[in-house]
Design a protein around this ligand. Structure first.
Ligand code: ADP
Ligand code: TMP
Ligand code: ASP
Length: 242
């Protein structure tokens, strides 16, 4: 690889982050590990990192064409990508098209209920607090983002939702919900970061309703590896050449 890994800056649950020779670029290594419930449940399968890398880069390439800039610069190999180094905004931005997961539990809405319009939620990215759901006023009070930045994050998240819904719909998959993260580059611009993969989305087969995402691991549904590969094969086949 032409880009050289320097210091390991951070090891997370799904990726390692390395410095490079350039101060504003990082290498993200996608790991084969799989965790849930704030890493209380652990697993892995060989090739998982590669599958998530391929799905993420395919999506980031398409989003770039739709006018959404991400941190992605180039693929180095099957497990490593070069990205723009960002000052991360400590929020998990969740967009929901159908009720599922924590929203269904919190509000008592049956999983799979179509929402009248997509909704955006903010979770504070803080493992020791279990990433709590927070309001816009909390975000401002904590100085995590300004009111104008909140508006920008929401409109960007909804734009990404429109693009992702199309990508998945065209391969026979309903996008139930997803989580994204943003950071600021050295120019102060807000840029989409991290990854978009079956780890961070709920993806249901349109025809059968079968879950094709990390819920298979979270809920011990089996066929975790097969489902990730299925999503990867389908998305690359249709969108890989766009
Ligand atoms: P976690 O921290 O939740 O365990 P990961 O294992 O995916 O998650 O680790 C990747 C880390 O890198 C995350 O903390 C994420 O916020 C951070 N990150 C993602 N993209 C960038 C970027 N472009 N610049 C700096 N940090 C990033
Ligand atoms: P939730 O229903 O558990 O709140 O999850 C909403 C979406 O966010 C779902 O697609 C899974 C994703 N997600 C993550 O990517 N990371 C997380 O830590 C959590 C809790 C959810
Ligand atoms: N992202 C969290 C973890 O990896 C929680 C989850 O996705 O369920 O532990």
């Amino acid at each position: 690889m032409t880009e050289t890994k320097k210091d390991l800056l951070y090891e997370g649950k799904a990726k390692k982050v390395y410095a490079t020779t350039k101060p504003d670029q990082l290498i993200q290594e996608f790991k084969d590990s799989l965790t849930a419930f704030n890493a209380q449940k652990k697993g892995s399968f060989k090739g998982k990192g590669t599958v998530n890398l391929k799905i993420t880069t395919c999506i980031f390439n398409y989003l770039a064409k739709m006018g959404v800039n991400s941190h992605y610069l180039k693929t180095i190999d099957d497990q490593n990508i070069l990205v723009e180094k960002l000052n991360m905004i400590p929020l998990e931005v969740v967009v929901r098209n159908f009720a599922a997961g924590s929203m269904s539990t919190r509000l008592g809405i049956t999983e799979g209920t179509l929402l009248s319009k997509p909704i955006v939620e903010f979770y504070l990215k803080k493992d020791e607090l279990g990433d709590p759901l927070i309001t816009d006023d909390h975000v401002v009070m904590l100085k995590v983002a300004t009111v104008a930045e909140i508006d920008h994050l929401k409109s960007c998240a909804l734009k990404i939702n429109i693009a992702l819904k199309k990508m998945f719909s065209d391969i026979g998959i309903d996008l139930i919900d997803f989580k994204i993260e943003f950071g600021k580059n050295k120019k102060g611009e807000i840029v989409l970061a991290d990854e978009i993969s079956p780890d961070s989305c709920r993806l249901w087969d349109k025809a059968t309703g079968e879950k094709l995402d990390k819920d298979r691991f979270r809920r011990d549904l089996g066929k975790v590896e097969e489902s990730y590969h299925l999503v990867c094969d389908k998305i690359l086949k249709v969108w890989g050449k766009h």
